[in-house]
Design a protein around this ligand. Structure first.
Ligand SMILES: Nc1ncnc2c1ncn2[C@@H]1O[C@H](COP(=O)(O)OP(=O)(O)OP(=O)(O)O)[C@@H](O)[C@H]1O
Ligand SMILES: [Mg+2]
Length: 269
């Protein structure tokens, strides 16, 4: 696989995540929709190279949490920091704080429903951010995009339109598109949930390769076996709070607490 410039430092002894060096951290995060408080005080750190699995029941606040991590949802209160710099409400960075525009360049997101531009080809989708946002020359952006498309096994589809692709292929394009921005952190929200079962594996293979290359990721998933295998750490979100936080082995295989046990039992049915 091409070891180009796009990933974080590969996982190794020298690059092991340092607990005191969070890339992304939140403290006291709260978010309500109307009268419903969906996030009720979340504290979370994501360290360099860490793969964090986020699990929890439907409606527990998982998507809201990761959308807050790149300010697609604006928290009501609490603090978000990227590499120690507080994230400001406004778009622009100023006075040591980081604006939403810069935050989103460093924190990429992949969604359940791909969200590709339907009127653009695969290649155009992948170069859009680098050309429009990062102002990269088109030829350079295309070269990087073709590397990424090769990595996700879709270089032959460069000129295809999204509606001519399978769900698994669309999702792999969406991952390549997010990586084209060279993010420090990638957020994945149930990226396999909309896929036919036979297409899940090809997307998980791509995510696993990213994990092995040391990409820092927060992954909301119902694929418990995958989470156990790929994640360094797992958190269980329940009714807007982190109800369990630990190694995948502790959280997923030796769960404490009735609600976590009941949640996991559904996957063994
Ligand atoms: N934009 C919104 N406006 C109003 N309510 C919302 C909005 N987004 C989320 N909610 C509500 O917030 C709660 C948490 O939603 P969220 O999408 O974060 O849950 P989730 O854990 O991701 O669930 P799922 O596993 O089904 O994806 C739900 O009750 C949901 O209806
Ligand atoms: Mg969700």
């Amino acid at each position: 696989m091409d070891e180009s410039t796009l990933m974080n430092t590969p996982r190794s002894a020298a690059a092991a995540p340092a607990a005191d060096d969070p890339i992304l951290s939140v403290r006291g995060l709260r978010k309500s929709f109307g009268s419903i408080e969906v996030l009720r005080g979340i504290d979370l750190d994501l360290t360099r190279g860490e793969v964090l699995a986020i699990i929890g029941p439907s409606g527990s606040g998982k998507s809201t949490l990761i959308r807050c991590l790149n300010m697609m949802e604006v928290p009501d209160s609490g603090e978000l920091r990227l590499r120690g710099r507080p994230v400001a409400r406004g778009f622009r960075s100023r006075n040591g704080s980081i604006g939403v525009g810069e935050l989103r360049r460093h924190v990429g997101m992949v969604f359940q429903h791909f969200n590709l531009f339907p009127h653009k080809t695969v290649l155009e989708n992948v170069i859009e951010g680098p050309v429009v946002v990062l102002k990269r020359p088109r030829a350079e952006a295309e070269a990087v995009a073709m590397d990424l498309l090769a990595r996700v096994g879709l270089d032959a589809k460069r000129d295809a339109y999204p509606n001519h692709l399978s769900g698994g292929q669309k999702q792999r394009v969406a991952i390549a598109r997010a990586l084209a921005m060279q993010p420090d952190v990638l957020l994945l929200d149930e990226v396999t949930s909309a896929l036919d079962p036979e297409l899940v594996g090809e997307v998980l293979t791509v995510v696993r390769a990213l994990a092995e290359e040391g990409m820092t990721m927060a992954i909301v998933t119902h694929e418990i076996a995958f989470a156990a295998d790929v994640a360094d750490r797992a958190v269980f979100i329940d009714r807007g709070v982190i109800a369990a936080d630990g190694t995948p082995d502790a959280v997923l295989h030796n769960p404490e607490g009735e609600r976590l046990r009941a949640f996991l039992a559904r996957f063994h049915a």
